[in-house]
Design a protein. Structure first.
Length: 401
């Protein structure tokens, strides 16, 4: 088992508080997706809202990676969680007043995406310092397990809350969830950042470029970034546009959306449990299961385009959620074990940009193609094209040794 990091009290306290916030986050994602569909009845707008939530990651996460390498990331994390709670409460108040519009919803999605983009490198820089350095593989596995268990529970709760309370009151509840990690972090002291390399350059953008150059000089990190981009572009194109399946194709309403999103979370949680129960990952080695999963994910997306039954489609979504998670966790663990503390914020900012930004582009492409050619054909096209790209890249890297 790979759960040794739970012996560290700071990590244990943070991971449980983060679980509450993540449940709120996933419930909120379902609520936003549902509002996007109800307000416009447009697949393209659903994809656009998902894109706006992720697009700040393309530009802001790398910039905040520099900040994470220079400031107290505990304070930075407190600020980001606090801002997320305040922004969500304000939009919930707008919804309670009946003043929500597609434009305001798009703006809220972008704002929460901006806050999340700032939080990603902070969190990825903070969590390895809440446990001893030799527990890093366990930290990554348990963090992924925590994230994906929340992904299983949160969407189901979000769908149920929409039915029971309505979207506005549900959003207000999710806003309160962000206060839990704020309270936990307030009393926490992570270990000091390792200073085994020279300090960053004085120039902000000089430090940013130095961090990127450091990452791209490492062949393993460079390869992991490319593999992550392919997997996210394929898998997230479906997982971030599930309203198109649940209501647009199968007409199952908010309960169906919550069920299908929770199914993706179940697959993801299963993959995360598998990683946590497995032996610690070997540094510097791409496991066979990682390469197989890279090839499998786009094929699942293509297969989804051939299905016209809700329950069969949900089964494929389970496998897709598991495949995307297994690939992402394995690649992230390789990257985290290959880099030092001094560059961690900038490298993980770049990692976040590639992995989440690729999913954002995938969501937009899926929405546009679904409008033009239908959901099923769009999934088949995206899946087959990316399966071919995955095969090409695997063979290319094998030929390069």
């Amino acid at each position: 088992m790979n759960v040794v990091a739970l012996k560290s009290p700071p990590f244990r306290s943070y991971i449980f508080s983060l679980h509450i916030a993540l449940n709120g986050f996933w419930a909120q994602r379902v609520i936003i997706g549902w509002l996007a569909w109800v307000l416009t009845d447009s697949p393209s707008f659903v994809g656009l809202v998902a894109f706006l939530n992720f697009v700040p990651t393309l530009f802001v996460s790398p910039l905040f990676g520099v900040v994470a390498d220079r400031i107290d990331v505990r304070i930075g994390s407190i600020i980001s969680y606090g801002c997320a709670g305040i922004a969500t409460a304000l939009f919930a108040w707008i919804c309670l007043a009946g003043a929500q519009t597609p434009l305001l919803l798009a703006g809220f999605s972008f704002l929460t995406g901006l806050i999340s983009a700032a939080n990603h490198p902070m969190r990825m820089s903070l969590t390895p310092r809440l446990a001893p350095p030799d527990h890093l593989s366990s930290v990554v596995a348990l963090t992924a397990l925590n994230f994906n268990l929340s992904r299983l529970i949160g969407p189901a709760v979000g769908g149920a809350l929409i039915n029971i309370l309505g979207a506005a009151h549900s959003l207000m509840l999710t806003a309160l969830c962000y206060g839990v990690p704020v309270a936990a972090l307030w009393f926490m002291r992570p270990r000091d950042r390792a200073r085994d390399t020279a300090p960053p350059p004085d120039s902000y953008f000089g430090a940013l470029l130095a961090g990127w150059a450091y990452a791209l000089r490492l062949p393993l990190v460079r390869t992991a970034l490319i593999f992550s981009g392919i997997g996210a572009l394929a898998g997230r194109s479906v997982l971030e546009t599930l309203p198109l399946l649940a209501n647009g194709l199968f007409e199952r309403g908010p309960a169906g959306l919550g069920f299908m999103t929770a199914a993706a979370g179940a697959g993801a949680a299963g993959a995360a449990i598998f990683k946590a129960m497995s032996a610690a990952q070997t540094p510097g080695v791409f496991q066979t299961q990682t390469v197989v999963t890279l090839l499998l994910v786009p094929l699942l997306v293509a297969g989804l385009g051939l299905v016209d039954n809700f329950h069969v489609a949900t089964g494929i979504v389970v496998l897709l959620g598991g495949g995307v998670t297994l690939l992402g966790v394995s690649l992230q663990a390789l990257v985290q074990m290959a880099i030092d503390d001094h560059h961690r914020g900038r490298v993980m900012g770049l990692w976040t940009t590639v992995s989440i930004g690729s999913g954002a582009f995938g969501a937009v492409i899926m929405g546009v193609l679904a409008d033009q050619a239908g959901v099923a054909l769009a999934q088949a096209m995206i899946g087959l094209m990316l399966a071919g790209l995955a095969i090409f890249m695997v063979m290319r890297f094998r030929s390069l040794g």
